[in-house]
Write a protein of this length. Sequence first.
Length: 556
Amino acid sequence: MDRPLHFIEHLIEEEIKHGFSPQQLRFRFPPEPNGYLHIGHVKAICINFNLGQRYKAPVNLRFDDTNPAKEEQQYVDAIKENITWLGYHWDNECYASDYFEQLYKWAHLLIDKGLAYVDSQSSEDIANQKGTPTSPGINSPFRNRSILENKNLFIEMRDGKHPEGTHVLRAKIDMTASNMLLRDPVMYRILYKSHHRTGNQWCIYPLYDWTHGQSDFLEHISHSLCSLEFKPHRDLYDWFLDALSPLETLRPKQREFARMNLSYTVTSKRKLMELIDGGHVNGWDDPRMPTIAGLRRRGYTPKALRTFVETAGVAKRDNVIDLSLLEHCVREDLNFSAPRIMAVLDPVKLTLTNYPNDYTETLEGEINPEQPQLGNRSLQFSKYLYIEREDFKEEANRKFFRLSIGNEVRLKNAYIIKAESVVKDEQGNIIEILCSYDPDSRSGSGTEESKRKVKGTLHWVNQKEALPIEVRLYDRLFQEEAPDQDKAVDFKSYLNPNSLKIITGFAEPSVKKASPGDRYQFQRIGYFAVDTDSSAEKMIFNKTVGLKDTWAKQNP
């Protein structure tokens, strides 16, 4: 492989050197189906599936579906679609709910060992007795219930004989432990909610910490890889495994890596849901969202996301990755893969006064200079064109290399033109630019005149055949680099009020045949993707990323 090994690969290599069989390697990606995957999940997906590819080891997709109050089948379907779109394929599709019966039996085993008990306090009382990181917790008054009473109560909980909130099952560990997660954590709660897979079969549901490690164990996962916030959970992960299985049994090893913290971004599912519920964005797949669905709709590519994860690296310590690195990876991939077209987003009419009336000629432009084997595309040229309004000034200084009165520029793939005069409306706004063209200056004509140099080149579209398009110009969703860092400030106060601007422009007519998801470079402007709302009657493009990192220039 071209890149150096990251620290997890080093750990695995060392284990193999000391006798661990590569045939025992098995990985998994274990999302909770309570929302859409985001850029942070992309890192976890890449780490696990790339390890599977490197060592030719199975990788499971397991849904940790333990909370029917927040989980839905639509999230399961979206997660599977996102992983497939990223270019990965799992070996086994698993669900924590597949193991509910086994987990229930194991819970009885812990009760039999005196390592679990039913607590009949309220959640508030349990929380208040947990103590603090500097002070010990207090034992529940129900901690010493008899094994028989605990078993009977737990059976009654499953049988639906008690209301929600009346009882929970807790592990009996140590209320004075320095790791507060070991202070008799809750394993089961009563919840009368229908589960997306098991329906109403259960009215008690296991909590994540109890379910996660045991699911890994049942699937023979060799390395349970998770982000750093789960490091304190490792002690509890191992405690449950110790309580249930002999130490010599092959068990998963939890190992932690730094999560993907991205500037100008929030990735908390709760906060993303706040943005949706508050109407600040238009759903999980809004192109401003850091979800895979949003990034995909915006025009980001699977290759760019995988390259971004590899470039950012796999670290042991949390850090913040600049969003411009992700945009750079997208730009680099699209530069190679995206066809070129011309589009004008703020049009002003341009008329070539000495060009023949009612005459149209066919010119040629490259489809993609990075892939010359693709050949050229046809461009229709005539007397009446559109150019960008910002590409013209009546009077300009020497540093303005675009069009101005008395100066020349080249129209891309076409002729050199010279601005002669303008037409204005009653308010003094320019509505038409009158130019002359040099008929001997056509690009690629082979004449000496065609080779003469001018300092500026402008893109254009032919008025007669230009296709009207809706263009959605997206900017960063937040104005603050770390919008959720200050817990005393509502992260939504940092929202960028100009994160979306919708305009109407014109493009080459060839894009009328484009399908949602198709990506293009609008020459001299940036990269754009056909939106899922687009149709033959109304073509809609999302701005993916500019040709250069204009944000860095505007916000030094």
